[in-house]
Design a protein around this ligand. Structure first.
Ligand SMILES: [Zn+2]
Length: 357
């Protein structure tokens, strides 16, 4: 059904759910399945087509979308009865899937709704949402995301740092392992490479979850909002042919800054902690007190002509925090009052999409 929808969508140049429903729904009448699944197939096709067009617009080489793995998604018609998930199958004849205690515990928390069920040949995914009330923050915490650490400065002046050295170490280790593959068969090399890639991702993702969890828990306990840099186009900066060495490129491209941001963002949303993004420009170069350009010194420090030597990451986190405070003024600390001005109208958006004037 999904592939039918994709084919129709491509032929009809459909981009909206409404349009594709009109074009495709009747053509799916040959399938002996409940209409829930037809609607979900259409909606999924719209999502895939949208991503496909977006990638194409950006000039990426993308193959026409075609789903190979069987997958069943439904957003309707399911319920949990006696610890079993009832998934619609035939009218009044649902498929019953027993859930384990952990899943039932997680799903029975208040203010939560199950949104969709995904079944594949090997797993079941349950997507659920939670009603959160975001409280007005009493302060903000600026987060500077680096290759080997995450540095936080909050509006009370506290500095905190989480090391990502271990993640760096894991990456370099796997890089080394992969560089020693000598089998002269590209398929085998790729397969092994993928295997190690997955292992590496699992280990690093565990580290990131630990860090992001702590950061969000801390912010929630202190009733602080989170400010991060809007980092985009970084991958494009470190591409082949940009004049950087292979090793350098590899190191920076494996920097999972976005992944950590993503984790912090969704965990913060889940806990009702507001998240704010500010432009990344010059946060690592200008003095967070006077706004003057600083000279790089030894050991990741910078020197301001007036304010002397400061830690590079702490300074960057302070700059991020200060920019956040400009858009969401809360209990301004002394330093934030005297920063250099920043041009307005840079099109900064809150995470929820509303424009900040
Ligand atoms: Zn200064």
């Amino acid at each position: 059904m999904l592939n039918d929808c994709l084919r129709i969508g491509l032929a009809e140049n459909a981009t909206s759910l409404k349009f594709l429903s009109l074009k495709a729904y009747r053509q799916l009448s040959g399938y002996d399945v409940m209409s829930y699944y037809k609607l979900c197939a259409i909606s999924r096709a719209v999502g895939i087509l949208r991503n496909y067009r977006k990638a194409k617009r950006r000039g990426h080489h993308v193959a026409e979308p075609y789903a190979r793995r069987p997958q069943l998604v439904t957003c309707y018609g399911f319920k949990i009865i006696d610890g079993k998930l009832q998934v619609p199958f035939k009218p009044r004849r649902p498929i019953s899937i027993p859930l384990n205690k952990h899943t039932l515990d997680v799903l029975s928390k208040p203010n939560q709704t199950i949104r969709s069920i995904t079944l594949t040949t090997s797993m079941m995914g349950i997507a659920y949402s939670k009603e959160t009330t975001s409280t007005e923050p009493v302060g903000l915490v600026g987060i500077d995301n680096n290759l080997d650490n995450v540095t936080l400065v909050d509006s009370k002046g506290n500095v905190e740092r989480y090391s990502l050295q271990k993640a760096m170490w894991i990456k370099s280790k796997y890089r080394e392992i992969k560089s020693h593959f000598t089998r002269n068969d590209v398929r085998i090399r790729r397969r092994i490479s993928r295997k190690y890639g997955e292992k590496q991702r699992d280990r690093i993702s565990h580290l990131h979850h630990d860090v992001s969890k702590h950061i969000v828990e801390d912010a929630k306990a202190k009733r602080f909002g989170i400010v991060m840099e809007k980092l985009t186009g970084l991958r494009r900066l470190y591409r082949k042919g940009n004049g950087q060495g292979r090793f350098y490129r590899d190191r920076l491209n494996s920097w999972s800054f976005r992944e950590l941001q993503r984790q912090i963002e969704y965990k913060a949303h889940w806990e009702g902690v507001p998240v704010l993004y500010v432009p990344a420009r010059n946060t690592s170069r200008k003095c967070s007190i006077c706004g003057l350009s600083m000279k790089p010194e030894e050991n990741r420090t910078l020197k301001c002509p007036t304010h002397g030597i400061v830690d590079r990451d702490v300074n960057a986190a302070r700059n991020i925090l200060t920019r956040g405070l400009r858009f969401r003024p809360v209990a301004l600390p002394v330093e934030a009052m005297v920063t250099a001005s920043m041009p307005h109208g840079m099109g900064i958006r809150r995470v929820d999409g509303s424009e900040i004037s």
